[in-house]
Design a protein around this ligand. Sequence first.
Ligand code: TRP
Ligand code: SF4
Length: 341
Amino acid sequence: MDAPVPASPRPRSRVVSGMRPTGALHLGHYHGALKNWVRLQHDHECYFFVADWHALTTHYADREDLERNVYDMVVDWLAAGIDPDRATLFIQSRLPEHAELFALLAMGTPLSWLERVPSYKDQIKALTGRDLATYGFLGYPLLQAADILIYKAALVPVGEDQAPHVEITREVARRFNHLYGGGNTVLPEPAVLLTEVSKLPGLDGAKMSKSLANDIAMREEPAEVERKIRRMPTDPDRVRRTDRGNPERCPVWQFHRVYSDTDTQAWVTQGCTTAGIGCLECKQPVIDAIVRQQAPWRERAEAYLSNPKQVHWIVEVGTERARARARQTMREVRGAMGLVY
Ligand code: TRP
Ligand code: SF4
């Protein structure tokens, strides 16, 4: 009898993504990015990193919170179900190789490519009160290109706002290969993997954000979840219990769209438009669903928080795994550029 043909292992494409260490994450981060990361780790080779240098491109004077923010965020990644045995987790600043590639790419990158990145001028306008006329801020999409190219990523899961940075990464790779590749692809061009925008707004209907104080943290206490949802504004035209409402005008409805099944949604639509239910009644299933979703997160987070050494160790192992890859690419890059002497 013939020996069974071994199943050829399906090559898993490499995924690289980073997040700025903004501290403990909220539900908007979960639905907007992290949920997708958790999914991707099952059939891709994932590199997820804390983009702490990126945080310094805009918040270069805020060093006090950096360390806590880094580890609060990593704990939330783990709490959400990122599995350190599947995905490689690391901290950008622990890998000077990223800075080396950034410097080498900077030599041949036209200034105009960076100046025309849409977020550049927008952010300078938006972040008033911060002096962003810095070299680091202009260069940050190129640093991002280095983060991606150093792992030869095939896919970069990011939101729409970050897509231009992946586009510039492709241009930078193309230029590098043209200048130094001698017909070979040293740095493959990555593709953007667009993450659906989070359907979950903040408590007031605007984009969820800690600075707007309209957020629910991933590790928010259940009592606090309840308090926040109960205080959520509803359809402004539904003033009295007897007023009929319109879910489309109510931020609570957006939460039902994410957290409720079709039966509950039908109950809301029916009850709201006929004044058959009160708003607090309507909010209860949302409270329950969020608290239920958070329970395993809280449990995992508690285990990690009671053993911070384990979190450091996870990051340590991930950093060294990433370093092996990054070093290999840098050897090839130096070789291609004639920097081996
Ligand atoms: N610039 C991204 C942000 O602000 C974070 C980031 C840094 C990143 N390097 C990256 C994302 C590489 C994807 C790939 O959200
Ligand atoms: Fe909003 Fe529900 Fe109140 Fe309607 S019943 S206004 S959907 S909270």
